[in-house]
Design a protein around this ligand. Structure first.
Ligand code: SAH
Length: 228
């Protein structure tokens, strides 16, 4: 099937899944601008070369280091849930391939994205530069701590499941801002949650959908382990 038809078929599948899950998510139809962003960003450039033939399937795919690029429907849902606007500054935790950051970058003014695995962070940074995404800033860091130098954000989007909501991420939201995050223990039931911070600073959480994300991990991996 020609590439542009594969993309349209994927968008149709996302629209159908949005309708089918609308009762839970409160979003039976995603903003067309969100779907347009998914149409524009070449997902086939964000998956390993040997998986390019299934880049336009509505499913997550492995990107190495035990990590995955999220299912396109989930990327669309999380993007829709933050109600992106052209003046927004958004933080993403878990850059992975850089795909979600690229989708966000079409809809908001600036995207900040943190990845804890140095190899993935370096690859995503190089890929986003090569593809010309100029309004995304990447860094290799523990995203559970947010990005204090660039806070506050209009929205924070977390691409890995937390056992508990990292308090720093809530603290770095503007009043009225929203944190979209999968919550739950690894390999147990997770819920995609939308947590909104009101003008009075109080947070209200809504659980939207059962999901399966890789875990949000603590410190960076590598040789800096403590000796006995
Ligand atoms: N948004 C990505 C999907 C990435 S999967 C994409 O579009 O491709 C989740 C990513 O979160 C993984 O790359 C994982 O290494 C990263 N991650 C896990 N814990 C993290 C942490 N504490 N800080 C930053 N990144 C983290």
């Amino acid at each position: 099937m020609p590439r542009h038809l594969e993309i349209e078929r994927l968008l149709d599948e996302i629209r159908a899944e949005a309708r089918a899950t609308g009762n839970y998510t409160g979003r039976p139809a995603f903003d067309e601008r969100v779907l347009e962003a998914l149409r524009e960003v070449p997902r086939d450039e964000f998956v390993p070369p040997e998986l390019r033939h299934c880049a336009w399937a509505n499913r997550p795919l492995p990107i190495g280091h035990g990590q995955t690029i999220s299912q396109p429907y989930i990327v669309a849902l999380m993007t829709d849930l933050i109600d992106p606007r052209p003046e927004h500054r958004v933080l993403e935790v878990g850059t992975g391939s850089g795909y979600q950051a690229a989708v966000l970058s079409r809809l908001v003014s600036r995207v900040y994205t943190a990845e804890r695995l140095p190899e993935l962070a370096a690859d995503a940074t190089a890929r986003l530069r090569r593809l010309g995404y100029a309004n995304i800033e990447t860094r290799c860091a523990d995203g559970r701590l947010g990005w204090p130098e660039q806070a506050p954000f209009d929205a924070v989007l977390v691409a890995a499941a937390a056992t508990e909501v990292p308090p720093e991420l809530l603290r770095q939201l503007k009043p009225g801002g929203v944190l979209v995050i999968p919550v739950g223990a690894p390999h147990e039931a997770q819920q995609l949650a939308a947590i909104r911070v009101g003008g009075d600073g109080r947070a209200s959480r809504r659980d939207l959908l059962p999901v399966a994300f890789v875990p949000l991990l603590r410190e960076a991996p590598g040789p800096q382990q403590e000796r006995p």
